[in-house]
Each structure stands twice: as C-alpha cells, then as structure tokens.
Ligand binder design. Structure first.
Ligand SMILES: [Zn+2]
Length: 390
C-alpha cells in the first residue's frame, strides 16, 4: 500500500453516498478487493432492506479471536455550508474534507488495508482476526444487531472499534435512551378553556415531574469510568394558535446512561409516572422509545488496551511527540454497545480510530497524515495481537 492507493480507496468510499443507508455498495467494493487478494469474506444483506448490507471477513484460525469493526454509513450531508463537494475527498493544506472522512470511512479503509497486509502474513498468525463492517451505526444500529444475532461475535475476546478517537483510547461508552412523550388533550376555544384539556400545560407539568424524578433517582449514582446520568429535554412541540386550547403536544428526551441507573430502571420509573399521571389527570400521556442502547465498559488492563497503547505511542514518537496515549470513557455509543451485549464481562472494548472533532458537522475533515498513520497502527496492533514477527 502506498499513499496514493490509500487516498484512492478513501475517495471511493466517500463517493459512495451512504447517508443512513445504501451500504451494500461499500460492502460490494470491499468484497471485490478482498476477493482479488484472497481474503475470505461475505456480504450479508439486511433483512429489512437489500440495499443495506454488512460484510464479514476472516483470516487465521483458532483462538484468540480479535474482532475489528467499522461502520459503512454516514450521517446526512444535506446541510447548508459545505465549502467542498461532500461526496469527494478534497485536500486543503494538511486536511482532507468530505462526508465521512472522520466518521468513519478513513477508519474503515485503514482496517481494509490492515486485512490486506495480514493476508500476506497469514501463515504466521496465532489466532483469528474477524473484520466486521456494519450498516446503520448512525441510526438504530440494525447492522450490528444482525451481526450479533448471526453469531459473528462468538469467541471474540477483544473488539477494536475504528470510530474517530484520534490518538486517544476510549474503553467505555455510555448508553442512550431517546424517548418521545406524547400528551393528548382536547381542543377548545381559548375563551372557554374549561371545555377543553390543555395538552401543552399538561405536558409541561409531566415533564417537570419526570425531570425531578429522574434527576432525583440519578443523584449520588456515579460510574468511575463514565461519570453521571445525563438527562435532557431537547424538543417540545404543541399548540396551533394563541386563541385555541391545544389538543396535543409532544416532547423528545435524551438520556445518557450509566450501569448504576440502567435503561430498564429508567423505563420502569417512567412507566410508574405515566400511570400515576393518567390516573390523576384528564389528559393522557404515553411514550415511545426511539433508541435504547446499553452502556459498554471494557476492562482497562486488557491485552488489546496494552497493544493499542504501545502501537499508538510508537507512531506518535515517530512524529516527534512523546507521552502516553490518554484513555477515558465517553458519552457516545458505538456498534460495540450492541455487538458486546452477549459477550463475557472481561471482553476487551477499545475505540481507537482516525478522526478529529468534526463528525456529523458540515465541512467534516481529517488530518491526512492521521489516516496514513492509522493504517500503520492497525497493522502493528494486529501483528502484535496475532504474534506475527516482522
Ligand atoms: Zn461513527
């Protein structure tokens, strides 16, 4: 692999428009590359939509099994303010621009090159590397869910996720609950409010109650790796005009979750409040769940953590930078949150991939050198983990 080949593949990946869908084109492209190199792999379409697919590739045999994973979808690029074509890779100075360069088509491409490199050292491998390229990480994680169901996490003792962390290790990610709260009242003219049931006023009262209840229950609960529960009301809708009693109103809530106050506990608390509210009010409240993801925490002393630390440090030092690779827990979930659901507790979970702080934004960018670096880093990590001597 040279830098031109690396840029060509990234340009291809970015050119495939996989905004919350259409991932099969990327999977087919990776399969064509792997077929040519003799890396066994298959494309597995998602049941619900044949234009969406996962790809699984595997080299080596036996234990240990190292899983490496990246997603093929991106968030939408339909935003105002792009200064370059989001579906082309544009170079400006040290940075490259395009939708997905940071989140996470560079990480995905780097993993493809690492697999191609591994193929050349296959006979020296002590173990198995399983590459899982997923669909739909950005919305609902249907790809990761299908992989888990189809048994592709079986035997995986360590999972490396190529999401954008830069030169930092993330070993823990909070869970997430998105809730839509719906309040149903009854319309009336505002001069005769008694004839109606004001959905907006009822919604405000209910939101106030659950804010206090959830924040109260979360108080004093703290996770050493992830910190506190975070509760936000992010959207409120309701009412038509100033002289009419609103018939319905809704709100959207986002909760970032730690194991000490779980998804199940929060939903149970909410169910109790919904029941109580409906018994004591003329309005009717209900809710639907938009997203329900559990927190994931990997062991800090895992072999993968140490291998990633030393590979990362070596590459930083090659650029004249010193110091250890920082390690922490963050709010954002990854495919790992779903893939690791049935794994033993001591399964390593490491998020480590090329990227800066521009995911999901207009003019998403990535330092070009970081992309090239991570190709080398992934190769080093895999070689070290598989006991391959260069
Ligand atoms: Zn991502």
């Amino acid at each position: 692999m040279n830098e031109n080949e690396a840029m060509d593949l990234l340009r291809k990946f970015v050119g495939f428009q996989t905004e919350n869908g259409n991932e099969k084109v990327v999977a087919d492209e990776i399969k064509a590359i792997f077929d040519k190199a003799g890396v066994p792999c298959k494309v597995i379409e998602l049941e619900q939509d044949p234009s969406r697919a996962n790809l699984v590739a595997e080299l080596g045999h036996g234990e240990p099994v190292l899983g490496i994973t990246g997603h093929m979808d991106t968030v939408s690029a339909q935003q105002e303010g792009w200064e370059t074509d989001p579906f082309d890779v544009t170079e400006k100075g040290d940075l490259i621009y395009g939708r997905g360069v940071t989140d996470m088509k560079a990480g995905l491409a780097a993993m493809v090159f690492a697999m191609l490199n591994l193929k050349e050292h296959e006979n020296q491998m002590h173990g198995t590397v399983r590459f899982l390229a997923t669909a739909g990480e950005e919305v609902g994680m249907p790809g990761a869910e299908a992989m888990l169901k189809q048994g592709y996490m079986k035997g995986v003792e360590a999972l490396l996720v190529g999401e954008p962390s830069g030169y930092n290790i993330v070993y823990a990610t909070k869970g997430e609950l998105n809730l839509n709260i719906n309040m149903q009242g009854k319309a009336a003219h505002s001069s005769t409010p008694a004839a109606g049931i004001n959905a907006v006023e009822n919604l405000l009262e209910f939101l106030d109650t659950i804010t206090k209840r959830i924040n109260g229950a979360a108080e004093g609960k703290n996770n050493p790796d992830l910190g506190d529960t975070v509760f936000n009301i992010d959207v409120i809708r309701g009412g038509q005009q100033v002289n009419a009693i609103p018939e319905s109103a809704s709100a959207e809530i986002n909760i970032r979750i730690i194991p000490e106050f779980s998804n199940t506990e929060i939903l149970a608390l909410l169910d109790g409040e919904v029941k109580k509210f409906n018994e004591n009010h003329k309005a009717n409240v209900s809710y639907t769940i938009g997203m329900d993801i559990k927190p994931a925490i990997g062991p800090k002393e895992a072999k993968l953590v140490n291998v990633v630390k030393s590979a990362g440090k070596k590459h930083l030092e090659a650029q004249g930078q010193s110091g250890d690779i920082p390690m922490y827990g963050v709010s954002g979930a990854t495919d790992g949150s779903v893939l690791l659901l049935d794994s033993p507790k001591d399964t390593a979970y490491v998020v480590f991939g090329p990227g800066n702080d521009t995911p999901h934004r207009v003019n998403e960018s990535l330092p070009k050198q970081m992309y090239f670096d991570f190709i080398g880093i992934y190769i080093d990590i895999i070689n070290e983990y598989m006991g391959i001597k260069k």
